[in-house]
Design a protein. Structure first.
Length: 358
């Protein structure tokens, strides 16, 4: 599937299956929901039995799951007196994945060559697992759980499936509370939260750490993800369809998901909110022994805020830091690869610098 914010190439092939030349035509696709505008492809006159393929570039798509209406072909007679429109093809389902940064380390959890967060490492070391069975290895899954005895017997890489009994997953919490969001459709605090949390989730899955995703959104979602390509695609598909909604604060969701959160190594919360109830909920998690990290998506760039509010935010974040909740403030236009990594990464020409940035 395409990725939000990046150009997408689309090829259109038209066949003239008749023995007569065709008149010029125009193909119309309704992409207003996904791309913000209709798409028109001009098709010149085709000779008998001629096939024409045209490639068009869609500058950007918005994250989401769409059902695109059947394209329509519009033809006009040579004198321009009669116009005909008819559907061609079928309705099309389109999923646009969120844009995520590719990280080789994470500011909260360390990484290769940087050392892992000691609290996370200790929890991983003390997790206990029972062997549930073996199955064929899937591309992208870690090799650390290969069952070499079964592999030798079958001639195919076989993976040990285990059942977890203690802490074994990092819990990622996405705040989709409607009143907390700021900005316009497609370029708002929620989109930035999705990209930031998805970037950390993708890093953890690549590093062989399971993830539990909790989306506090219009339709709350809870998803357990195993490391590897399958878990990665499941996470991206969930983040593609999730939408902000509801007026219940995130703190209520944290209470509802208490058992899931308690089963995790650590908790990472992405939110534009810093209300008192959330602060109490986060510090309570730390007090009960759950390492908790905050990704604060700044709202100031999306709406005018008084100076005293910015000062109040800084004091709240400092207070959380003092209570054992490390935080990171994300702004639109940030280079997410650098901001989320342990050390600034070299810019990559083929990647976007940051959400809504140049």
């Amino acid at each position: 599937p395409p990725t939000a914010g990046l150009p997408v190439s689309m090829s259109v092939t038209v066949d003239n299956r008749t023995v007569a030349p065709t008149t010029p035509a125009r193909l119309h696709m309704d992409l207003r929901a996904a791309a913000g505008a209709d798409l028109y492809v001009e098709i010149g006159s085709l000779a008998p039995r001629q096939r024409l393929t045209k490639t068009v570039v869609i500058p950007t798509l918005t994250r989401g799951v769409y059902s695109l209406a059947t394209p329509r072909l519009e033809t006009v007679d040579p004198l321009g007196l009669a116009r005909r429109r008819r559907p061609v093809g079928d309705d099309t389902a389109l999923t646009v994945f969120p844009w995520i940064a590719s990280l080789d380390s994470c500011v909260f959890f360390g990484g290769r060559g940087h050392g892992q967060d000691p609290r996370t490492r200790a929890s991983l070391a003390h997790a206990s697992f029972d062997l549930r069975g073996v199955r064929p290895h899937q591309p992208g899954e870690p090799l650390s759980r290969i069952d070499w005895k079964s592999t030798a017997k079958t001639g195919t890489l076989m993976l040990r499936e285990t059942e977890e009994h203690t802490r074994s997953a990092v819990v990622l919490v996405l705040d989709g509370t409607e009143p907390s969001q700021a900005g316009g459709p497609g370029e708002d605090t929620f989109e930035l939260s999705v990209s930031v949390l998805g970037s950390i989730g993708a890093y953890l899955l690549r590093e062989g750490i399971a993830v539990r995703l909790l989306a506090h959104a219009a339709h709350p979602e809870e998803l357990s993800l195993e490391p590897g390509e399958r878990g990665m695609r499941a996470m991206l598909a969930t983040l593609a369809r999730v939408r902000p909604g509801g007026d219940q604060p995130l703190s209520s969701s944290l209470r509802a998901f208490r058992s899931s959160i308690a089963a995790g190594i650590s908790v990472v919360v992405a939110t534009p909110s810093l209300d008192r109830a959330l602060v109490i909920a986060l510090t309570s998690l730390v007090d009960h022994g759950t390492p908790t990290y905050l990704l604060h998506v700044d709202t100031a760039a999306f709406r005018e805020e008084h100076e005293f509010l910015a000062r109040d935010k800084r004091m709240t974040l400092l207070g959380l830091q003092a209570r054992g909740v490390p935080s990171l403030t994300i702004h639109p236009g940030d280079d997410l690869t650098s901001v989320l990594s342990v050390a600034p990464a070299e810019p990559v020409a083929a990647s976007r610098r940051g959400m809504f940035g140049p």
